[in-house]
Design a protein around this ligand. Structure first.
Ligand SMILES: [Zn+2]
Length: 169
């Protein structure tokens, strides 16, 4: 089922997600629906707060549905190691048409649970590293436009207000 992606400034996007404690069929259905929603929106990652569920869960798939091995469900994830620096353009499904360069670690190691509650570790470099950091930020209520300069943020917010007024947001 394709879920509705909420856009900035929906309050749920700015709230830290609740830790997941129950690994049941409902959670797995939410993860499956989040993948479907990500593919439909042609994205590579989606965090539960973006579909209005204030939970610490995110899905990532750099292959956009082409390679099942790329599918990652991260529940209660944390970054346990990071190194290097990346400065690349980023977008977000909750900010259609807004793209900004964001500083991220070039490599991260994360620890998370899967949709059955099993803990695992995973490493990401380049795009995967960036995506992991962007999605984990969502679970802390941190949005990518708050990781850019206030000048650029003001310009982006102005663009959003203009689109809102035109009924395009
Ligand atoms: Zn995002």
């Amino acid at each position: 089922m394709i879920l509705k992606i909420v856009k900035y400034p929906e309050p749920v996007l700015s709230q830290p997600g609740e830790p997941v404690t129950e690994f049941n069929a409902e959670l797995r259905k939410l993860a499956a629906d989040m993948f479907e929603t990500t593919y439909a929106a042609q994205g590579i990652g989606l965090a539960a707060p973006q579909v209005g569920a204030s939970k610490r869960m995110t899905v990532i798939d750099l292959s956009m549905g082409k390679d099942p091995k790329d599918k990652l469900v991260l529940v209660n994830p944390e970054i346990i190691f990071s190194e290097g620096k990346l400065y690349e353009e980023e977008g977000c499904l909750s900010f259609p048409e807004i793209r900004e360069k964001v500083v991220r670690a070039a490599k991260v190691r994360i620890r998370a649970q899967d949709e059955y509650g099993k803990w695992f570790e995973a490493e990401g470099e380049e795009l995967l590293s960036r995506c992991m950091q962007h999605e984990i930020d969502h679970l802390d209520g941190v949005l990518f436009i708050f990781r850019i300069s206030s000048l650029k943020r003001d310009l982006a917010l102005r663009k959003i207000r203009k689109m809102q007024r035109a009924g395009e947001w």
